[in-house]
Design a protein around this ligand. Structure first.
Ligand code: HDE
Length: 676
């Protein structure tokens, strides 16, 4: 029988009532009791024991004791931002997803970038894959594109994921190393599964040490389906292309950055957005039919393979801009819960066995991490469209459902909420037959051709860095048999690569193996996407050494700012009286944190730190602008004269015209320099 409401008594609306509070000015307990003293616990006498009765102390400390939640089992360390997505033109031929068919919509997004292996407090610039997870809050529900900055993966089947992650994370007996794949367990595992070879080449390349989250591509990796209003399905691969281009650190920088600014990528993203330099990506699709896919020399369900752009070009259909930093790291960046299974009508899955496993894993992990089945009610996870269903109760239920009906079908609530076959999600009815078996299809069997393709598509500089990556990681491996297996595996990719790695490990080059004959795919090189924005957001250090021309510094700073780059004046000491504001001391902001340096006109610097600064900018292939003839300054910094070096720019002392300097900075690195 329905409960009768009293006709006279009316209790206050709790939310309205709460709003009448004084908007945060007064300190209260969680129950709203105003606190009179937040400095002293309740004691028996001035110097006596504390009293159990002190509910204020107990509440505060209990809450504190429970402030941490389990970190993500992978991708624990991340940084995020809000923004929007808009499609250029309706894609209704391909999909019925509203955010891809209505160009007038600005769909809000929340994007979390992450490393994979390290804990939540590990450093940013480690060698690792980067997560690139986008939550689209669409009018038809949340769509999560939970991708990475590398278009392929280590394994083909979800059942190997726990093994992969156990192997890469700290070794279980002593808990080392943190956030690094350079150890025996990882290389033992990956060298026993040759399907990882292609991904290993990407992971040893500069892709795994990006200069900035804002300068990374993003990939959905798996093949997905788009389904249009007529029920027609097309296969797609999802791509994000950064407007700033793809740029990376070099290993020596990355190692040092982790020491001097472990938050390098987090700070970079935060500062760019605070400065109004909003990072932007174009959203692209590789579109192919089932018939086309059947003719590819690899299986589109195999996540260790990419679809070369020469085979299927990318069509860019929209853009994403990140324009707001989160208000609270924990509430948003930490509590956001992505899931590849969060799809909307018009987007569907393929049978990629890695993707299929992920469809189970993400809800399961949120149950332990966020503590129950209601994590979709946390503000950052809430859909922006109405959510009605008959799921009830559970830990931390935030809603107060009305009425007696919590089942369907029902007649007591007019049958509501009701399913809707027209608007609702229905899976693409892919016909399936077959026996229930545990096998790897033969079409997943070629583990080397695309690794060779990747290697051949790199510039010589990138190839050198890949060799360096393998040499570093494998030299850290202590078990000789593992090192040998890694080298022998590489011989199936390219004999020179294998020989160069073997040489550094002091082992003989393996006998030549037959390698695939493939053409290069230039799009696989980082150099292929220099970006459209030149020097935008690049960081320039201006060294204020004794006697430096202060007027020059002021003008140079303004010119650099006008070009969209970020100048910072550095000096040996902070000096509040300096007519040119000093941003940092040289010792707190070493050269690895900058893209270029200017040595203003004035006496040749003698300070060791300033000279080291210039020296390392040179060795890291960065642009150096010198007021006056560069020769003597470079000599003092231990740099050989370099007349042909376009990255060393003489700046005329009188009129500050930085055109040549900015052009050189726009090239990002000057690889032609000799190694010192
Ligand atoms: Fe994930 N992955 N993953 N993954 N993944 C998680 O979910 C998992 C895979 C990716 O910023 C976890 O909420 C399995 C591929 C990103 O919050 C977990 C498999 C790709 C993020 C999980 C994979 C990814 C995660 C851990 C193999 C690239 C961070 C915490 C079958 C396409 C999202 C969490 C964020 C996070 C499972 C493979 C991307 C445990 C089982 C391939 C970007 O559920």
């Amino acid at each position: 029988m329905a409960r009768k409401k009293s006709p006279t008594a009316k209790s206050p609306d709790l939310q309205e009532y709460a709003k009448k509070s004084d908007e945060g000015a007064t300190l209260t307990t969680n129950q709203g009791t105003v606190i009179a003293d937040n400095q002293n616990s309740l004691k028996l006498g001035e110097r006596g024991p504390s009293l159990l009765e002190d509910f204020i102390l107990r509440e505060k400390i209990t809450h504190f004791d429970h402030e941490r939640i389990p970190e993500r089992i992978v991708h624990a360390r991340g940084s995020a931002a809000h923004g929007f997505f808009e499609v250029y033109e309706s894609q209704e031929k391909l999909t019925k997803a509203g955010f891809l068919t209505d160009p007038s919509r600005r769909t809000p997004v929340f994007v979390r970038f992450s490393t994979v292996a390290g804990g939540s407090s590990s450093a940013d610039a480690v060698r690792d894959v980067r997560g690139f997870a986008v939550k689209f809050y669409t009018e038809e529900g949340n769509f999560d594109l939970v991708g990475n900055n590398i278009p392929v993966f280590f394994i083909q089947d979800a059942i190997k994921f726990p093994d992969l992650i156990h192997a890469v994370k700290q070794e279980p007996h002593h808990g080392m190393p943190q956030a690094a794949s350079a150890h025996d367990n990882f290389w033992d595992f990956v060298t026993l599964i040759p399907e990882s070879t292609h991904m290993l080449l990407w992971a040893m390349s500069d892709r795994a040490i990006p200069r900035s989250y804002r300068m990374m591509q993003g990939f959905g990796i798996h093949t997905f389906r788009l389904v249009n209003g007529k029920g027609h399905s097309t296969f797609v691969k999802f791509h994000w292309r950064p407007k700033l281009g793809t740029h990376s650190l070099i290993w020596d920088e990355a190692v040092k950055i982790n020491g001097c600014d472990a938050d390098f990528h987090r700070r970079d993203l935060w500062e760019a957005i605070e400065a109004g330099q909003y990072p932007e990506w174009e959203f692209g699709l590789q579109i192919f039919s089932e018939e086309q896919a059947a003719k590819f020399p690899f299986d589109i369900l195999d996540a260790t393979k990419l679809v070369p752009e020469e085979l299927v070009p990318i069509t860019y259909i929209g853009r994403m801009v990140l324009d707001r930093n989160p208000d609270n790291f924990f509430a948003e960046t930490e509590q956001v819960a992505f899931h590849p299974g969060h799809v909307v009508p018009g987007i569907d899955f393929s049978d990629d066995p890695l993707l299929q496993g992920r469809l189970f894993s993400y809800t399961d992990t949120q149950l332990i991490r966020l503590g129950g089945p209601n994590s979709h009610q946390i503000p950052i996870n809430r859909a922006v469209c109405p959510v009605h269903n008959l799921q009830r109760d559970g830990h931390m239920q935030q809603n107060i459902p009305q009425g007696r009906v919590n089942y369907e079908p029902n007649s007591l609530q007019g049958g509501c909420p009701m399913q809707n076959a027209v608007k609702g999600f229905s899976s693409f009815p892919e016909p399936q037959t077959g026996a229930k078996i545990r096998v790897r299809p033969e079409s997943f069997g070629d583990h080397y051709s695309q690794a060779t393709l990747f290697w051949k598509s790199q510039t010589p500089v990138e190839q050198d860095h890949i060799v360096g990556g393998f040499q570093f990681e494998l030299a850290k491996v202590e078990t000789p048999a593992v090192r040998e297996r890694a080298v022998s595996n590489l011989s199936h990719v390219d004999p020179t690569l294998a020989a160069r790695v073997a040489d550094a490990l002091g082992i003989p080059a393996p006998a030549s193996s037959k390698v695939a004959s493939v053409h290069a795919s230039p799009a696989l090189s980082l150099m292929h996407l220099p970006g459209e924005l030149g020097v935008a957001t690049r960081k320039v250090a201006i060294l204020l050494t004794p006697g430096a021309d202060l007027a020059f510094i002021t003008k140079a700073k303004a010119e650099i700012e006008a070009a969209g780059a970020v100048p910072k004046v550095l000096a040996a000491k902070l000096d509040p009286k300096s007519s040119v504001p000093i941003a940092h001391t040289i010792v707190t902001t070493p050269p690895v944190l900058f893209d270029a340096v200017i040595v203003p006109p004035g006496p040749i610097p003698t300070d060791r730190l300033a000279l080291d600064f210039i020296h390392w900018m040179y060795r890291h292939f960065k642009t150096i602008g010198v007021g006056g003839a560069p020769g003597p300054v470079l000599k003092a910094a231990g740099i050989p004269s370099a007349p042909e070096d376009e990255g060393i720019v003489e700046l005329a002392p009188g009129t500050v015209k930085l055109d040549a300097f900015l052009t050189a900075l726009g090239k990002h690195r000057h690889w032609g320099r000799p190694l010192l």
